[in-house]
Design a protein around this ligand. Sequence first.
Ligand SMILES: Nc1nc2c(c(=O)[nH]1)N[C@@H](CN(C=O)c1ccc(C(=O)N[C@@H](CCC(=O)O)C(=O)O)cc1)CN2
Length: 283
Amino acid sequence: MEVKILDGKKISEEIRNHIVNEVKKLKANYGITPGLSVVLVGDDAASHVYVSMKEKACKKVGFHSEVYKLPKETTQQELLNLINKLNNDEKIHGILVQLPLPKGIDEHLINSHIAPTKDVDGFHAVNTGKLFLGKESFIPCTPKGILELIKRTGEDITGKHAVVIGRSNIVGKPVAILLLKENATVTICHSKTKNLDKYVQTADIVVAAVGVPELIKGNMIKKGAIVIDAGTRKVNNKLVGDVEFEEASKKASWITPVPGGVGPMTITMLLENTLKAAKAQCE
Ligand SMILES: Nc1nc2c(c(=O)[nH]1)N[C@@H](CN(C=O)c1ccc(C(=O)N[C@@H](CCC(=O)O)C(=O)O)cc1)CN2
């Protein structure tokens, strides 16, 4: 059986083309242009790259986009003041604070200051709680993108054993909840899990989100498994995922590449969430 590649770039393009049409309809019917504000504090190089990608993606689908680049000395109060202003700005339907934030700024306090209706990252406690309860909410972009990729395989998730490696609030925990909602049997592994290979070997779906290059070896993968790699680390100036791609490809039925798998889907899901916020705010 030959492995099939889950091409995040190609799938993103299809979804983004659909968003372009939705934006045109929203403008024509309601005179509304979806607006996203991205706030970046400090000089983390990768964050600057991701924010530029978000800005470019917004412009390409016809959104109004604002980027606030603040120095690393910015105080928590200054950041809260900016969020207050954006919460009350009618042109802005989505607000996002790029993570990680510099030391001394409380990420949870900041995220919980964003109006839940504009929380397109889905990190506000209200949206996290709704996700946990299985209610309609903004779903964090990377987990939402991962679920979309798994669905694109056409495989039925019900009853499958999904092993999520990583327990972050941004990826591991929400993706586990989403898979549970799709009736998968979910196991969450993390840095303190003993005998990780024993869990991965039984997985029909593997979601790796730990940021440890090639932690998941090809010989851990069960034949026919769907393998989703959400890890990205630079090693010798090259992006490397959490999965040993070449070897895992010999066993998997579907696999995501790094780069070009989960990453582009993260930004596409942000566009989807912003469109959803704009639609909800014009109802
Ligand atoms: N507020 C948020 N902060 C962060 C999030 C998030 O969802 N919200 N996620 C990550 C970073 N991230 C988006 O912000 C992100 C990471 C990677 C990619 C991506 O497309 N990667 C490409 C490779 C890009 C490169 O060459 O470096 C790929 O995998 O193909 C997009 C978005 C942490 N912070």
